[in-house]
Design a protein around this ligand. Structure first.
Ligand code: ATP
Length: 453
């Protein structure tokens, strides 16, 4: 993980937030390549939800909603983690459930008396700590104007169920998808962007007739697993784990996590929950608005069940980075490379004039412009030796590099270098955009999956 953190900072993916003021615990800012990577993750998610299907519509709801939303959803009451504090020297705070999980993972007895992992001190009794950030709406912070930063995007979807039904002319099974920031006052954030207090979620609520819930739950687990695999995650590093009944969230009647083998061990990447009719029923009761679906064909009236695949943009980006990261030796020299799926790679193609003379920069600019006009994220780079420029592009995961050399000036061909195989082929400039466009839509498999690295 340290290597990923260092690369992320060095190459402009992720920076510690407020760094010049000493940082703000586990908060991060995304730099240029981080923004491009995250945008690609989100675009791929939207593509799978909206472009490749016709039973899902999009939504972008507000971060702050009426406080009663959180009363109805159960978050005011139940969105808590068990907090224990060290009564010894260090006074650190811990999540009790995480301490017990860690003991169990090491083969110990999770029911045993807990001690502070930092200083060995005695721990306080667990206290339920609400994870919602509170603020006040209006100029005065007073009782009655508290509002909350949403801890999940899902509730924005449920409270718009009726609006969407009215305009979208959909009937169950259908879904509403949303990407946006969520906030949780986590007791123990950490492990880089794996767990932060401000993060982005990609959530889709799929409304189904109650009798079809289990079948759709199974289907969505498979669809979401395939999404990660199609984007190059190595199969051996992905698994599905069903929650035990003691782990289930207050709203869930069944949850399976897609887990990834992070450097910190197997951890949740995405949760796929069967939320039953909990949320719509709660909002119907609290708002007095009818939220049942009336099936005109059968005359049936019912509150749909909901299957929810809930993923994290930041956590997915971290998994893609970790999965892609490799340090290898090439011709006696060390090379760091991000073997990202081309569609996730921040930059698709670099354009490199071999020398900054003899008309090569101008020719390279022409090639760069052709990519730009075709909507392909390219990067022009003329600084430093060609080897150095390739290394820089390898480290940000650019799958292809175009070099303009002496021969280009004679016959309008360039070399096209492949990040993974290091193969270089000669290709006419006129064919470049079509070639890269074709490669971008071709199925892709990580070479790391085959080499077992
Ligand atoms: P955890 O058990 O790790 O606290 P959770 O089960 O509470 O997570 P969900 O409520 O299911 O998480 O949220 C859905 C997804 O949102 C998670 O799978 C994860 O990708 C992302 N996510 C949740 N909390 C955080 C966080 N604090 N930082 C980054 N991503 C998060």
């Amino acid at each position: 993980m340290d290597e990923i953190v260092a690369l992320s900072k060095r190459r402009g993916f992720v920076f510690p937030a407020s760094e010049i003021y000493g940082g703000l615990g586990s908060t991060y800012d995304y730099g240029h390549y981080g923004v491009l990577l995250k945008n690609n993750v989100k675009n791929e998610w939207w593509r799978s939800m909206l472009v490749e299907r016709d039973d899902i519509v999009a939504l972008d709801s507000a971060i702050m909603q009426h406080p009663r939303v959180w009363e109805a959803s159960g978050h005011l009451e139940g969105f808590t983690d068990p907090l224990v504090q060290c009564l010894g020297d260090c006074k650190r705070r811990w999540r009790e459930d995480h301490l017990r999980e860690a003991i169990e993972a090491e083969g110990g007895d999770p029911g045993a008396e807990l001690r502070c992992p930092e200083c060995g001190g005695e721990l306080s009794e667990p206290r339920n700590f609400n994870l919602m950030f509170q603020t006040h709406m209006g100029p005065v912070a007073e009782e009655g104007n508290e509002v909350y930063l949403r801890p999940e995007t899902a509730q924005g979807i449920f409270i718009n169920f009726k609006n969407v039904l009215n305009f979208a002319r959909k009937s169950p099974p259908f879904g509403i998808a949303q990407i946006g920031k969520s906030f949780r006052n986590e007791i123990t954030p950490g492990n880089f962007i794996f767990r932060t207090r401000e993060f982005e979620q990609m959530e889709m609520e799929f409304f189904v007739p109650p009798g079809e819930a289990e079948e759709w739950h199974r289907k969505w687990i498979e669809i979401r697993q395939d999404w990660y695999l199609d984007l190059g995650i190595r199969p051996g590093f992905l698994s599905v784990r069903a929650h035990g009944s003691d782990e289930l969230s207050h709203y869930s009647s069944g949850t399976s996590d897609i887990e990834y083998l992070f450097p910190i061990g197997w951890s949740e990447l995405e949760g796929i929950a069967n939320r039953g009719n909990f949320d719509l029923t709660q909002h119907q009761e609290h708002s007095n608005e009818k939220l049942a679906f009336h099936d005109q064909k059968t005359g049936e009236k019912y509150i749909p069940f909901v299957i929810e695949p809930a993923a994290g943009v930041d956590r997915a980006a971290l998994a893609f980075l970790v999965d892609a990261y490799e340090v290898e030796e090439v011709e006696g020299r060390e090379r760091t490379v991000l073997r990202l799926h081309p569609r996730l790679a921040p930059v698709k193609v670099s354009v490199l004039p071999l020398f900054s003379k003899e008309g090569m920069p101008e020719k390279a600019r022409e090639v760069f412009d052709a990519f730009r006009k075709a909507g392909i994220q390219a990067e022009y780079d003329e600084g430093g030796s060609i080897g150095k420029r390739y290394r820089r592009q390898d480290e940000i995961g650019t799958p292809w590099g175009v070099t303009i050399d002496h021969q280009t000036m004679e016959d309008e061909t360039v070399t096209l270098r492949d990040r993974d195989s290091l193969e270089q082929v000669r290709i006419p400039i006129a064919d470049l955009v079509a070639e890269i466009s074709t490669r971008l839509v071709a199925p892709w498999r990580s070479p790391k999956a085959d080499s077992g690295s």
